[in-house]
Design a protein around this ligand. Structure first.
Ligand SMILES: Cc1cc2nc3c(=O)[nH]c(=O)nc-3n(C[C@H](O)[C@H](O)[C@H](O)COP(=O)(O)O)c2cc1C
Length: 166
């Protein structure tokens, strides 16, 4: 079969930063493969490859933060998504600004379109990623911010309205 990414690159994705804390160590990584799965209970999933440093931090701490980036936060996506917390502290440069969470130990990020604090409900190994199902225990949304969009490896701001669902 042909490389499936030829088709999956047509998904327009929002971009989130997944945060995790294990002991004193805090880390953040970029994830575009995130989706809501249930309203009640409030569940979201994030797909993380096992080789990411963040992966085992979530397995062990059983929680994670999810910060949906705003369209003025491309630099955060590139920073958290191209470096590994195994080798450096991604918060040291000041590009990522952490904010104390209300419920979980891991922080969320400042300046985002929305943040969610998640308790790990289930981890399902699936192909070359793990599906982490998180129960949302706290959230915040900034109505003035619009999400950053990723399509075919390029970042976008939302464009013109062409119709309405609700
Ligand atoms: C725009 C973008 C989207 C990404 N989406 C994902 C994703 O959904 N799942 C994943 O496992 N890695 C994804 N990555 C790669 C990780 O963010 C990257 O490997 C990161 O350096 C892992 O950091 P860590 O080793 O500190 O956990 C993405 C990277 C970028 C730049």
């Amino acid at each position: 079969m042909e490389d499936v990414s030829k088709a999956t690159s047509e998904f327009a994705e929002s971009v989130a930063i997944v945060t995790a804390k294990r002991g004193d160590k805090v880390n953040a990584m970029t994830a575009a493969w995130t989706v809501p799965v249930s309203h009640r209970p409030a569940l979201v999933v994030v797909h993380i490859a096992p080789q990411r440093f963040t992966h085992d931090m979530i397995v062990e701490s059983k929680e994670f933060g999810l910060s949906i980036l705003a369209d003025d936060q491309v630099d955060l996506s590139q920073h958290a998504g191209t470096l590994s917390g195994r080798k450096l502290d991604k918060f040291a440069s000041g590009i990522l600004k952490s904010k104390q969470s209300k419920v979980i130990e891991a922080p969320v990020l400042e300046g985002c379109a929305a943040t969610m604090e998640c308790k790990l409900e289930k981890a399902i190994s699936m192909g070359d990623h793990t599906i982490f199902v998180g129960r949302v225990v706290a959230l915040e949304k900034d109505p003035d911010k619009k999400p950053l969009i990723l399509h075919r490896g390029v970042y976008y701001k939302l464009g013109e309205t062409v119709g309405r669902y609700y």
